[in-house]
Write a protein that binds this ligand. Structure first.
Ligand code: HEM
Length: 146
């Protein structure tokens, strides 16, 4: 098997975990927590999910950088000069936003308390989930682009 194929398969496995897990969180776990006004429901899901999701995100970054490096010179990664460069740029910006939201959640939202904390958690989950779907769609379009 070619190295690129192996990285692509790992990238797909990471995408299944990252995007799939966030969809489960946003569409089934979060509504239950909001309905019962119980942040603990989200926290107990995240405790287990984190153990799989963080390595998966790390894998996405590593495999994604390898795959991108094989397609475009680093100087064109944020050039937005062609459809392929635009998709690559969208992926990099979505990644930066995801990392920013993750840090904000870890240090500002999760240590908080009360009703505002649950609402703030909900916004974070919705944003990270939408970004994860965007990363998946932009990735699929990138692969289809050649
Ligand atoms: C973090 C969440 C991410 C998800 C869910 C995701 C998802 C995907 C998916 C589903 C594909 C399509 C693969 C196929 O059609 O076979 C793909 C392709 C791709 N992704 Fe990602 N990705 C993520 C992050 C990244 C990052 C951080 C980068 C680069 C810095 C990246 C770069 C690429 C590239 C270059 C391709 C095209 C691969 C090729 O066919 O050459 N991805 N991604």
């Amino acid at each position: 098997m070619e190295a690129r194929t192996a990285w692509l398969l790992l990238h797909l496995l990471g995408a299944a975990i990252w995007t799939g897990g966030h969809l489960v969180l946003a569409l089934t776990v979060l509504p239950r927590a909001l309905h019962r006004r119980e942040p603990g429901i989200v926290l107990s899901f995240e405790e287990g999910f984190e153990r799989l999701a963080l390595p998966a995100l790390f894998l996405q970054i590593l495999s994604g950088l390898f795959l991108l490096h094989g397609r475009l010179p680093v100087t064109r990664w944020l050039a937005f000069g062609s459809p392929e460069e635009t998709l690559a740029g969208v992926k990099l910006l979505a990644l930066a936003l995801t990392l920013g939201l993750a840090l904000h959640a870890r240090f500002r939202v999760l240590p908080g308390a009360g009703e505002t904390r649950l609402r703030s958690m909900a916004w974070h989950i919705a944003a990270v989930t939408l970004l994860s779907v965007l990363l998946l769609v932009a990735g699929g379009l990138l692969t289809a682009a050649v």
